[in-house]
Write a protein that binds this ligand. Structure first.
Ligand code: AMP
Ligand code: GLY
Length: 406
């Protein structure tokens, strides 16, 4: 099969890498660090299957446009992508499907929002309704910070129109888990679970980011836990979507929190997680292309993905001042040496090119995945490779997968 991956980050590099084991792959627009990158728009590419990586083109209806042109597409249409495009709508669907989630309210008026904050205990969670590149969530014990978030979101100062409606949620605590479900519109299969690290600094210090690292498998996420999630969250959600006339063919990414009173769904995303994809897909031992093509065609037909018994750990290397004001344009050293470490794959995210050299071109620049028989060896390999890479101001966490949640 010829497969076209749409997107330009580390997730798309990992998708292309794993699809490339069995298929010919082109990536649009990709980046100079991803082999097979072309700058032809997806609508002008001839491929047997299109896999759309990021949320923005999905919310914008790219899957609909490609399907209207007769293409086989893995990724929801704009109707289903609204699950990620509007947190308020996602909450509505979760409640309708009977899925256990944090109590919440939706607001576009300051006084009512602040009054609702007063009903919260000691952990305040404020989220933009619309897309904010993973940065529109404030989780804080400081009421003043929550009030600031409410004001700056609603005024449009912080995230423009994405914040003019916001969601305030009950603050939950516990370990988190990401499960990526491959959906064919009616049914779904889960990929191996992963855990990501959202905060910038070691020990979960600092601001929320798009994700600073991940590992898979997660000891906490036994087969029974995942089966239960599929039965109590993913399938009821697909049913609720169908009742609204939405045929959801793509990834449903469930972000879960293990609270003392049981698992709750924190959020759905409509795409593969980044950097979860960089640890989940390398462990796949079956053909990713046929799985995604079957889902895209509307019938998984009993295909069950299989994974190796080992582990994968990925460490994100980010540019100076990520996530606030990432500095770009720095030459990247040591990429080839890092990629040569046994069991390591280096995925290019925010990577550009200048004078024939790869340079930093975004906040999250590289994700470095190590694989091994267990998490310790996978972690050792990932960090050995990271130690060979450098550019001025490069930052990364040193505690990814140091203590897997069991
Ligand atoms: P989201 O984009 O909704 O997944 O939120 C990003 C991150 O914020 C999550 O991965 C959690 O770490 C944290 N978070 C989101 N919602 C809550 C909540 N209700 N309680 C505590 N933490 C949360
Ligand atoms: N790693 C979190 C996300 O992809 O949203």
């Amino acid at each position: 099969m010829r497969v076209c991956v749409v997107g330009s980050g580390g997730r798309e590099h990992a998708l292309a890498h794993v699809l490339g084991r069995h298929h010919e792959v082109v990536v649009t627009p990709g980046n100079p660090g991803i082999p097979g990158s072309v700058d032809t728009p997806p609508t002008e590419i001839d491929a047997d299957l299109f896999v759309i990586g990021p949320e923005a083109p999905l919310v914008d209806g790219l899957a609909d446009r490609l399907r209207a042109a007769g293409r086989l597409v893995f990724g929801p249409g704009a109707d289903g992508a609204r699950l990620e495009g509007s947190k308020a709508w996602m909450k509505e669907v979760l409640v309708e499907a009977g899925v256990s989630t944090a109590a919440h309210g939706t607001f576009s008026d300051e006084a009512t929002a602040l009054a609702f904050l007063d009903t919260m205990d000691d952990l305040f969670v404020v989220k933009t309704d619309g897309l904010a590149a993973g940065k529109g969530v404030v989780v804080t014990t400081d009421r003043a910070e929550a009030v600031d978030a409410v004001r700056s979101y609603l005024s449009g100062d912080a995230f423009g129109d994405a914040g003019r409606t916001l969601v305030i949620e009950e603050g939950l605590t516990g370990p988190e888990l990401s499960v990526l479900a491959i959906c064919d519109g009616h049914d779904a299969v889960a990929l191996a679970p992963a855990q990501d690290f959202k905060r910038l600094g070691d020990g979960d210090a600092g601001p929320n980011t798009g994700g600073m690292g991940a590992y898979s498998p997660v000891p906490l996420a036994t087969g029974a836990v995942v089966d239960d999630l599929m039965d109590t969250a993913v399938r009821p959600t697909l049913t609720a979507l169908r009742a609204r006339g939405i045929d959801y063919r793509g990834v449903l990414y469930c972000g879960l929190m293990y609270t003392p009173t049981g698992p709750r769904v924190l959020e759905y995303n409509v795409r593969f997680g980044d950097p979860e994809t960089q640890v989940v897909l390398p462990r796949l031992t079956s053909d990713l292309g046929s799985l995604l093509a079957a889902a895209a065609a509307g019938d998984l037909g009993g295909i069950a993905p299989t994974f190796d018994d080992g582990a994968a750990v990925t460490v994100v290397c980010a540019s100076e001042d990520y996530p606030l004001a990432p500095r770009t344009g720095d030459p990247i050293d040591g990429l080839a040496e890092a990629g040569a470490v046994d069991g390591v794959s280096v995925f290019a995210a925010g990577v550009g090119q200048r004078d024939g050299r790869l340079v930093t071109a975004g906040g999250r620049v590289l994700t470095v995945t190590g694989q091994g028989p267990g998490v310790d060896e996978a972690r050792r390999r990932a960090y050995q490779a990271v130690s060979l890479i450098s550019w001025p101001g490069m930052q990364y966490r040193t505690d990814i997968a140091a203590e897997p949640t069991g």
